[in-house]
Design a protein around this ligand. Sequence first.
Ligand SMILES: [Mg+2]
Length: 193
Amino acid sequence: MAIRGIIFDMDGTITKSNVNFAAINREAEVPDEPILEYIETVGEPRKKTILAVLEKYEARAAETSELREGVREVLDYMKKKGLKAALLTRNSRRSVQTILRRHGLKFDAILTRDDAPPKPSPYPVLLLSKKLGVKPEELLVVGDFHFDILAGKAAGAKTALLIQDCPSEKETHSADFCLDSLSDIISIIEKGA
Ligand SMILES: [Mg+2]
């Protein structure tokens, strides 16, 4: 089935990864594990303190963000072909706004952790499917982390892992495609996936 829409991850996919999670974990004194899930295990006021540290680092990263190569090329191509483009991130709505403004980017739909349960939940993928009017199986979920692939697969979408020198299937978390560069998306669409 042809791809009619793409759901992009933000950090490390649209932008070069620049959120320093090691520094966040150190400053907020949290263990080395996914921070949004960890936050859910602690009570107030600890939760608020951790979130404040996370948001401080994310805001700084957004203000100095750089786009990954191929982003504009792929979005322009999609627009020309009438394909829908969405952004799905575990980052905050505020950081997304900063990044979109800084780089002059537009998406047909956006979901952040302030809007829906975060990846690896498939829920935000299904919600975007509705918002875009594109069936899950006609969507491609693109990201640089295994949560992106897990969320996409569980929603019944096609998935693409953005990673250098595509490794073994185990390391790509059984993504349908492995991308060395974002512009590889164009040939996937051209082939009719
Ligand atoms: Mg990412």
